[in-house]
Ligand binder design. Sequence first.
Ligand code: GLA
Ligand code: ZN
Length: 681
Amino acid sequence: MSIKLFPQVDALLHGCDYNPEQWLDRPDILEEDVRYMKQAGINAVTLGVFSWSVCEPDEGDYHFEWLQEIMDNLYKNGIYTILATPSAARPAWLDRKYPDAMRTDSKGVRNLHGERHNNCFTSLNYRRLVRLMDEALAQRFGHHPGLLMWHIDNEIGCECWCDACRTKFQTFLRKKYHNDIEELNQAWWTTFWSHRFNSFEQIDPPTSRGERSIHGLNLDWKRFTTANAIEFMKEEINVFRSNTPDVPVTTNFMHLYPLLDYNKMAKELDVVSWDSYPRWNTAEQSLYETAAGDAFDQVMMRSFKKDRPYMMMESVPSLVNWHEFNKLKRPKVHKLTSIHTLACGSDTVQYFQWRKGRGSYEQYHGAVIDHLGRNDTRVFKDVEEVGKVLAGLSEIQATLINAKAAILYDQENKWAVEDAAALAKKTKKYPETCMDIFNLFMKHGVDVDLISSEESYDGYDVLVAPMLYLLKDGVADALKAFVERGGQLVATYFTGYVDKNTLCYLGGFPGDGLTELFGLYAEEIDTLYPKERNGIAFLPDSPVKGTFTAKEYCEIIKVRDAEVLANYTDDFYKDMPAVTVKKTGAGKAYYVATRTESDGMEAILKHIWTEAGIAVKKLPEGVEYHKRENAQYSYEFYMNYTENEQTVDTDGAGMELLSGREVSDSCTIPPLDSIIIRKRL
Ligand code: GLA
Ligand code: ZN
């Protein structure tokens, strides 16, 4: 059973960040805002982000009258509020009085006041003031009929090297290693370069001025940073859970944010939301390619909570102000990319920001309302059109994408791969490798989830685990169980080299028993120069046919009891195995020992999808496809990113929701447009 995110609204959300506190001296503008919002079909706004200096101009002096008035008025006009806590930017009085709230950089220098998103999450003063603010908000607005959800902070991010953070890190380690420094020395392999510690107090966080060579330390610091951010976030969440248990809580994530393990954070939230700012209409990529890159992020957000939709909390209807080149979205692109967001599983299309401010850093950042102040601009009309589209699609609320395949994308693995002094500096490309494989699923219209290695594999028939270098406890067993029960598993070169502490497995990679699952072990791994190529040739009796290019990494494997499907074509390892499969229980474990050009992996995946009974779609180039469903209907989304009309095979009759026409077996999509086919299940 899927969950309707906002039963009060009973519609998809069309929302925006709204900062009326910047316009309190302009009642005419505030009045105009509501009028224009209604015209644009805005049914929810996010209030309060960065409003601390207005909500509490001095310590303990709370001013919420303005917020009350705005919220009341919005609600009267049918517009709901997502109420944010203002913790992501601190007023000047706070930093002057409590300097420990300001973050310390990796050189040990404390920041001065200013900017935003730069607090120390450990600072007790900062945390106390945030808690008091949240209590005050919960009491004043927790039972407001217009309150839709709580939005914690904004784009939580961190790393602080202050003394308090160092001490807290030491406490974290003490707990993790059972107060036994010898256990830590073992886990971190500290006898190397004479790095043994006698006590937890001797440990500093990794920094460019000090220790960076202990991979276990580096990884534990990142784990600590995530744990500390979660602790802070939970403190905010708990205020609302205890005051308003029925109001859901979220915080907005960022695109592949490098410093936090979002998978762990997502578990603490009721709803996942995120901010999407791709470079639409760049010269370097086709529109389809940009959409595919964005789909990767959207699908990751969706996969954090598979039993409910997520929210696309921020996007821009025109341009941002922080890309290297701030290009306008071309005509039709806003509607197309908004539908793409829904297609990926979001129940919202929201913007940063409703109205451009007059001054400071974001004055030229795109918004629904420009400095011009008109409701007949190109951008406004685009937003209005999206408002109409969303209003007509209420029935897709709470529908889900039921993917039968998943790609393992694991943040701790990413950290470990990037930190490993191995392979080549510039071509490790763990995220890119996952994205290339994701793109193959997209190309063939196969919905796929992106999950961390410790998620449950239940419900999947195919699992692709690219470069799963670090094996957390239990992952190897879970992979074995997945194959035994009939799953098709694909692993690649650089799998299972290290355990959760980044200590190498002895006796053969992939470790922790996976050499048996794949029926082989890896003996060496060759790094190719950028222009160097090898190849793989599938054997005549292999179910996969052809010869394909290999690049960047070629692992030399010794096969024990796997079946060889392809051999290398060149170099001293010519005719040695490159792709293998081994049956175990009811399933199969494939090993692809080299990085192929995408057509090589595509050939392997096509075979696996067929074996797993996963239907593929024949899509014209430049068309994206996803399917959402509930118990009664399926909703098939096709987005045409090309400048030409495209015809798609719809695999049966249905109703096209955007035009209301019945379609039989095929349907045309105008250039830069989309269709949504509803079929009764
Ligand atoms: C982020 C922030 C917003 C705004 C936008 C600009 O996503 O959350 O406050 O700064 O970027 O693109
Ligand atoms: Zn700190």
